[in-house]
Design a binder for this molecule. Structure first.
Ligand code: TXA
Ligand code: MG
Length: 350
């Protein structure tokens, strides 16, 4: 693996590497992606191998200009109202942290979409991502650059540590801004469904196209394959077991001092931490706070980086406080609750 900077010369190298079928990790505004040419079956297969990702979990195709959308998506296959919603969302919220699931063109390899007749597309706003895509084939498949089931990377070092031997280049442009993956929306049927809460707040989407439906409780088929791909109940998980608590439960847990052995308290905000009586670290106990001022955007940006750091401490358990259920708080709670589910799917795949 070779590291590249965000200089224009290096981004050209990244683009050429993608064209040649190599794998390049690069930053987006959400998390780092593991990129490969979206139309090259060899690159796509290598992405699945590198991540140890099950083949039933399809990839997002990243574009860097609106015209590229119709190279991957068959918009005419949609009824009028969904075509309209697609236009409103893509024209208003792209580039940005929103992924749209739409009918796919037959030219998009089945490997990218796990054999579905739909394809997920995203136009990231990060200038480095845009250049890497524009200098390559303009349709780059890029899942988050983490081993399947583990925490997504928000810095180049996270990738180096976990996937360094599996990939060809990493473009290092520092920390990502949003820190949590894109919102995934299924626009192939009415009502429009939210498949994954993420960096684009649900409220912003509903302002534009009206009420959207939740996928509901995460359902998994007996094979471990989820009914909606990628919506595994256990995902985004640190190796350390995580227990998700409400604010009150967190305060009670701290006060009762029941922690048996080394543990980590991950507070959402500084105020709750101050109200508790564990304001200082001890040998057994480490304390972290997602956002001192209780801001969901700041908390999302810190979430994965803090979890990566906490995992390196190898404590017995993480007690994490829920975020408020609004804006990016919904996405934070989604990731924390998936991190807290310790099922066979995730354990078997790390
Ligand atoms: O922010 C992001 O979305 C990052 C950056 C790199 O762009 N990418 C990312 O990709 O999170 P990944 O592969 O880790 O997550 C993509 C999600 C998965 O849950 C996958 O199952 C879902 O999108 N997905 C992809 N194609 C789909 C499809 N055709 N139908 C339903 N869900 C799909
Ligand atoms: Mg991922």
């Amino acid at each position: 693996m070779k590291k590249l900077s965000s200089s224009d010369a290096d981004l050209h190298i990244a683009g050429e590497a993608l064209k040649a079928g190599l794998l390049v990790a690069f930053p987006t505004e959400t998390v780092y992606g593991l990129g490969g040419d979206g139309f090259n079956r060899y690159s796509l297969a290598r992405i699945f191998e590198a991540k140890k990702r099950p083949r039933f979990d399809p990839l997002i195709i990243h574009i860097a200009e609106m015209d590229a959308l119709d190279r991957v998506v068959h918009r005419d296959a949609l009824p009028f109202s969904l075509r309209e919603k697609t236009s409103v969302l893509s024209e208003t919220l792209w580039p940005g942290p929103l992924t749209l699931v739409l009918p796919k063109r037959p030219e998009v390899p089945d490997l990218a979409t796990s054999g579905l007749n739909t394809v997920a597309v995203r136009f990231p706003s990060h200038p480095v991502a845009q250049k890497v895509i524009a200098y390559s084939t303009c349709a780059v498949a890029a899942p988050s650059a983490n081993p399947f089931g583990y925490l997504s990377p928000t810095r180049a070092e996270h990738i180096e540590e976990l996937l360094g031997d599996e990939i060809d280049f990493i473009v290092d442009a520092g920390s990502t801004d949003i820190g949590i993956e894109s919102t995934v929306l299924d626009l192939t049927q009415e009502p429009v469904r939210l498949l994954r809460p993420g960096g684009m707040p649900r409220e912003r989407i509903e302002e534009l196209i009206g009420k959207i439906e939740d996928l509901g409780n995460i359902r998994e088929a007996p094979t471990g394959a989820p009914q909606a791909p990628g919506m595994l109940s256990s995902h985004y998980a640190p190796k350390t077991p995580l227990v998700l608590l409400t604010r009150d439960e967190m305060l009670r847990r701290v006060v009762s001092g029941k922690d048996a052995g080394p543990c980590v308290y991950l507070f959402f905000d500084g105020k709750t931490r101050e109200e508790s009586d564990v304001i200082t670290d001890t040998v057994d106990r480490a304390i972290f706070t997602l956002s001192e001022r209780g801001d969901c955007v700041e908390a999302a940006a810190n979430l994965f980086d803090l979890l990566h750091r906490i995992d390196r401490l190898s404590k017995g358990v993480i007690y994490a406080q829920r975020a408020p259920e609004r804006g990016l708080g919904t996405a934070i709670n989604d990731r924390l609750s998936r991190a807290s589910v310790r099922g066979t799917v995730q354990r078997g795949c790390i």
